[in-house]
Design a protein around this ligand. Structure first.
Ligand SMILES: Nc1ncnc2c1ncn2[C@@H]1O[C@H](COP(=O)(O)OP(=O)(O)OP(=O)(O)O)[C@@H](O)[C@H]1O
Ligand SMILES: [Mg+2]
Ligand SMILES: [Mg+2]
Length: 782
C-alpha cells in the first residue's frame, strides 16, 4: 500500500492531457476536495484542463493525507464508478500504453521527447522545471524516482524502455522491487506488464482492456474495435471482457486518445511501407521472447502444424485471443471482433468473413442458382456461346426445406423409387443427416416442418429454432472401392483476396468401414465422413483403410476400371482433377463478387466430391475450417503439406500485393494449382485507397482460366502407370465434362450489389446465420 501514493503521482509533469487527467484524479487539495466532495463529474472534467491547479492539488493532498487518497483509490477501484479518479487512471493507462508503444520507434521517441518538453514548458514556463515540485519541497517516492531517472538519463531523453509516464514506466516494466531506472535491455513481456503482487499496479491495469502485447510500429487502436458496431452475420459474438466498463468511458477515452492517435497517425502515414515490410519480410528471424511477432490459433484443428510453421518463422504464439498485434490469426470459429480490428495489409486472418456463401449448404445452393440465372441470361448474348458448366451436371438436385414452396415441390415430386438425403445447412461431420426413402418418412418430415412453422414460440426463439435444412437427391450408385463407398476431399484455397489468387489442392479419399448397401438403414455405410467412421468400434483397428491417398485411388482406378470403363490412364489426375477444378472455379465465380475481401484474408475450403459408377463427378458440399487432423498415415502425409503451402502462399501473395509486385511466378507454389488469378483478370488498386476490387466492365472480362495446369500432385508411379504422360493426357472426359469447357466472360458478372439469395424468406431469420453463429465451440472441421 505504501506504493500507492507513488502510483498516483505518476505523470505529473508529463505530457499533454493524459498526464493532467491522472493528476486531477488524485486531487486532494482544496480544489480537489471540492471535486471529491460532490462536484458534478462534468465540473471535475473541466477542472482537469487546468493542469497546474490539478497538480498542486495532487501533491498537496498526497502530502497532507495520503491515507485518504489510498482509501479513495480503493473505494473507486471497487465501486467502478465513473468518477474523475477512475477516469484518470484509465486515461493514464491508456496513455501509458500508447506512449510505450510509440516509444518503440526512433521517431516515436523523438516525438515523445519533443512533446514532453513542450508539456513541461507549458506547465512551468518560468522555471523550466518539469517535475512535480511541491511548495514545501517534499516529494513522494515516485517523484523522487522520477527525478532519479531524470538524473540518470538526460532530462529530455526518453527511450523505449522508459515509460513516458514517469514512475509508471519502471513499474510497468518490472516488479516494483528496486524501483529505479529501468534497464534499457528489458522490454515489456506480454501479460507481465504489471506485477500482480502490488495492488497499486493491479489497480491501474485491471481497468479497460487486459494487458496486451504491442509490438508492431502501429499502435492497435482500441477504440476502433468498440467503434465498430456493424453486426456481421455469420459469426459468434464474443463479448470482450471489461468492454462494458470501457463503453461507459468511451467518450472520455476517445477524447483523451485523440492526441496520441493524431501523433501516431502522422507517424504511421510516414512509415506505412516500412512497417508492412517489417511485418511480412521478417520470416526466419531470431525469436525475441515476448516481443513477437505473434500468431494466434483458435481451436485445435491443425494447431500443431500451424504452430510449428509459425515458430519456424520466428513468430511467437500468443494465447490472448484479443491480442491485436498478431501477424497471423487462424481460428476455427469466426468472430466478429477479429474482422473489426483486422489491419488490412498488416495481418493474415484465416477465413473470409462471409465464406458461408460457399460453405453452408443453403449458401452454396443459392449461389449456384443465382449464378445459373446470370449465366442463362448471358447465354442469350451472341458473344457468349461458350459451353458453360451447368449446375445440374455436378450438383445433385436440392431443395430448401425452410422455404415453403420448395418444400412443397419436394413433397410433391417424391416417389419411393428414389432416395433423398436431408442435411442441416451449416452442420458438419454428418450431424443431423438422415435419409428419406418412404412416403411415411416424407409425411413425418412434412408434419414436422409444418408444426414448426405454425408454432409462434419456435419462431421467436432464435436459438431453439430448427436448423434450416436441405433435401438432396441421394446418389444411389456411387463408385465403390472394394465394395465401400467413398468421397474425395479436395481444397479450394483463396490465398489472397486482393487481388484474388485462388488455387486448387488435392486432398484424399475417405472410405466407409462397412460395405455399401443402398438399402441399409445404417448411416455409417452411407456417410463417408471420418467422424461417422470413428463411431465404429472397428475404427481403431481399420482406420488406415478409411483414408486413401490420391495416388492410391489413382492406382486402384487404373487397375480396376481403366480397361473395363475405357478410362484414360491416370483418370484421377487428369479427367477427375480437371473436373474438380472446373467445378470449384465455377463455385468461386458464383460468389466472387460477394465475398468480403481485404488484403490479408485467406481461406482454405474443403470440397467434397462423390464419383458415381458412371464416373460422373458430383460436388456434395464445401466446408469452412476443413479437418486438419492427422490421425492416419495418409493424413500425416497430406495435411501438413496442405497447411504449410497454404500459409506460404498466403504470405507470398499478400506480400506481393502489398508491394505491387507481379504475382507470378509464385516461389511457394508446390502442389496447389492456380485456378483464378485476379491480378490479370480483375482491375484492382495495387496500393493505397480502398482495396476493394474495382470491377471491369463485363465486356472487358477475360475468360477464366479454370485450370492452367491439370495435375496438382504427380501420382506416385505405379508399375503400369508411368507418370510421363499424365499431364499431357487429354482423353475424352467420361464424366461428361468437356476438357475445353470454360466460363464465358460474363460468368463472373453477377451484379456487385446482388443480394445473397441465401437470405431468402425462411422460417424467421435466416437459419444458416443462426446456425453458424451457434456452432458449438467443439465444432471441428470435417
Ligand atoms: N447427395 C448425396 N448422395 C450420396 N451421398 C451423399 C450425398 N450427400 C452426402 N452424402 C454422403 O454423406 C456424407 C455427409 O454429407 P455432407 O458432407 O454433405 O455432410 P456434412 O455433415 O457436412 O459432412 P462433412 O462436413 O463432415 O463432410 C458425405 O460424405 C457423403 O458420403
Ligand atoms: Mg460439411
Ligand atoms: Mg462433406
Amino acid at each position: 500500500m505504501s506504493s500507492l501514493p507513488r502510483a498516483m503521482s505518476v505523470s505529473p509533469e508529463l505530457t499533454p492531457q493524459k498526464g493532467h487527467l491522472l493528476r486531477s484524479t488524485e486531487n486532494a487539495s482544496p480544489d480537489s476536495e471540492r471535486c471529491l466532495g460532490g462536484t458534478s463529474p462534468s465540473k471535475n472534467v473541466s477542472n482537469f484542463s487546468e493542469p497546474c491547479v490539478a497538480k498542486r492539488c495532487v501533491w498537496g493532498k498526497l502530502q497532507q493525507n495520503t491515507d485518504v487518497v489510498i482509501f479513495l483509490a480503493i473505494f473507486f477501484r471497487f465501486k467502478r464508478i465513473s468518477c474523475p479518479l477512475y477516469r484518470g487512471v484509465i486515461s493514464c493507462r491508456s496513455f501509458y500504453l500508447t506512449s510505450r508503444h510509440r516509444g518503440h520507434t526512433r521517431r516515436g521517441r523523438k516525438r515523445l521527447t519533443r512533446h514532453r518538453r513542450d508539456a513541461k514548458m507549458a506547465l512551468h514556463p518560468q522555471t523550466g522545471r518539469s517535475y512535480g515540485h511541491h511548495k514545501d519541497g517534499s516529494e513522494p517516492q515516485a517523484e523522487a524516482t522520477a527525478q532519479d531517472m531524470g538524473k540518470h538519463s538526460s532530462l529530455g531523453r526518453v527511450g523505449p524502455d522508459v515509460c513516458p509516464i514517469r514512475g509508471l514506466g519502471s513499474q510497468a516494466r518490472r516488479p516494483r522491487r528496486g524501483v529505479g531506472t529501468t534497464s534499457p535491455s528489458r522490454g515489456p513481456r506480454p501479460g507481465t506488464l504489471m506485477p500482480a503482487t502490488r495492488s497499486r499496479t493491479r489497480f491501474i491495469h485491471c481497468r479497460g482492456q487486459p494487458p496486451r502485447t504491442h509490438v508492431s510500429s502501429k499502435r492497435p487502436k482500441r477504440s476502433r474495435i468498440h467503434r465498430c458496431h456493424t453486426r456481421v452475420p455469420g459469426w459468434t459474438h464474443e463479448k470482450q471482457m471489461g468492454s462494458s466498463i470501457e463503453e461507459g468511458l468511451r467518450p472520455e477515452l476517445s477524447r483523451l486518445d485523440q492526441d496520441a492517435d493524431l501523433l501516431e497517425e502522422e507517424e504511421a502515414a510516414r512509415l506505412p511501407v516500412t512497417s508492412f515490410e517489417g511485418l511480412f519480410l521478417e520470416g526466419n528471424k531470431q525469436p525475441n521472447p515476448g516481443q513477437g511477432p505473434f500468431f494466434y490459433i483458435g481451436g485445435t484443428n491443425g494447431a500443431s502444424i500451424i504452430s510449428s510453421y509459425c515458430e519456424s518463422k520466428g513468430w511467437q504464439r500468443t494465447q490472448d485471443s484479443r491480442c491485436e498485434d498478431y501477424k497471423l490469426k487462424w481460428c476455427e470459429i469466426k468472430c466478429r471482433d477479429n474482422y473489426c480490428s483486422f489491419r488490412e495489409g498488416q495481418q493474415l486472418l484465416f477465413q473470409l468473413p462471409n465464406n458461408k456463401l460457399l460453405t453452408t449448404k443453403i449458401g452454396l445452393l443459392s449461389a449456384l442458382r443465382e449464378h445459373a440465372r446470370t449465366l442463362s441470361k448471358a447465354r442469350l448474348l451472341p458473344s457468349t456461346q461458350a459451353k458453360v458448366l451447368k449446375m445440374e451436371e455436378f450438383f445433385p438436385e436440392t431443395y430448401r426445406l425452410d422455404i415453403r414452396d420448395e418444400r412443397q415441390a419436394f413433397f410433391t415430386l417424391f416417389d419411393e423409387t428414389q432416395i433423398w438425403i436431408c442435411k442441416p445447412t451449416a452442420s458438419n461431420q454428418g450431424k443431423g443427416i438422415f435419409l428419406i426413402r418412404s412416403h411415411e418418412e416424407v409425411a413425418a418430415l412434412q408434419a414436422k416442418t409444418q408444426s414448426i412453422e405454425d408454432d409462434p414460440i419456435y419462431r421467436k426463439m432464435p436459438f431453439r429454432a430448427p436448423q434450416a435444412r436441405v433435401v438432396q437427391r441421394y446418389v444411389q450408385n456411387p463408385l465403390l472401392l472394394d465394395g465401400k463407398k467413398f468421397d474425395v476431399r479436395s481444397y479450394l484455397l483463396i490465398a489472397c483476396a486482393v487481388p484474388y489468387m485462388v488455387f486448387f489442392g488435392h486432398g484424399y479419399a475417405r472410405l466407409t468401414l462397412s460395405l455399401y448397401d443402398p438399402h441399409s438403414s445404417d448411416l455409417s455405410g452411407h456417410l463417408t465422413n471420418q467422424f461417422m467412421q470413428k463411431k465404429s468400434p472397428l475404427y481403431m483397428l481399420l482406420k488406415e483403410s478409411t483414408v486413401w491417398s490420391m495416388e492410391h485411388l489413382n492406382r486402384y482406378i487404373n487397375d480396376k476400371f481403366r480397361k473395363t470403363k475405357g478410362l484414360p490412364r491416370d483418370w484421377v489426375f487428369t479427367t477427375f482433377t480437371k473436373r474438380m477444378q472446373q467445378i470449384m472455379a465455377h463455385c468461386f465465380l458464383a460468389v466472387k463478387s460477394k465475398l468480403e475481401c481485404k488484403l490479408g484474408y485467406f481461406d482454405l475450403i474443403g470440397c467434397d466430391f462423390l464419383i458415381d459408377e458412371n464416373f460422373k463427378v458430383w460436388l456434395l458440399e464445401m466446408n469452412s475450417n476443413p479437418a486438419l487432423h492427422t490421425n492416419c498415415e495418409v493424413l500425416k502425409e497430406v495435411i501438413p503439406g496442405v497447411v504449410m503451402e497454404t500459409l506460404d502462399l498466403a504470405l507470398e501473395t499478400c506480400q506481393k500485393s502489398l508491394h505491387s509486385q507481379k504475382m507470378m511466378p509464385l516461389l511457394s507454389q508446390r502442389h496447389f494449382v492456380l485456378l483464378y488469378n485476379g491480378e490479370t483478370t480483375d482491375l484492382w488498386p495495387r496500393m493505397g485507397g480502398s482495396r476493394h476490387l474495382t470491377r471491369l466492365p463485363p465486356s472487358a472480362l477475360s475468360s477464366v482460366r479454370a485450370a492452367d495446369r491439370t495435375g496438382a500432385r504427380k501420382p506416385v508411379p505405379s508399375r503400369d502407370a508411368p507418370t510421363s504422360g499424365f499431364r499431357k493426357s487429354r482423353q475424352p472426359d467420361s464424366s461428361g465434362g468437356s476438357g475445353a469447357e470454360s466460363e464465358p466472360s460474363l460468368c463472373s458478372g453477377s451484379p456487385v450489389n446482388s443480394r445473397d439469395t441465401a437470405g431468402e424468406s425462411s422460417l424467421g431469420p435466416p437459419e444458416e446465420e443462426r446456425e453458424e453463429e451457434h456452432r458449438s465451440a467443439s465444432h471441428r472441421g470435417s
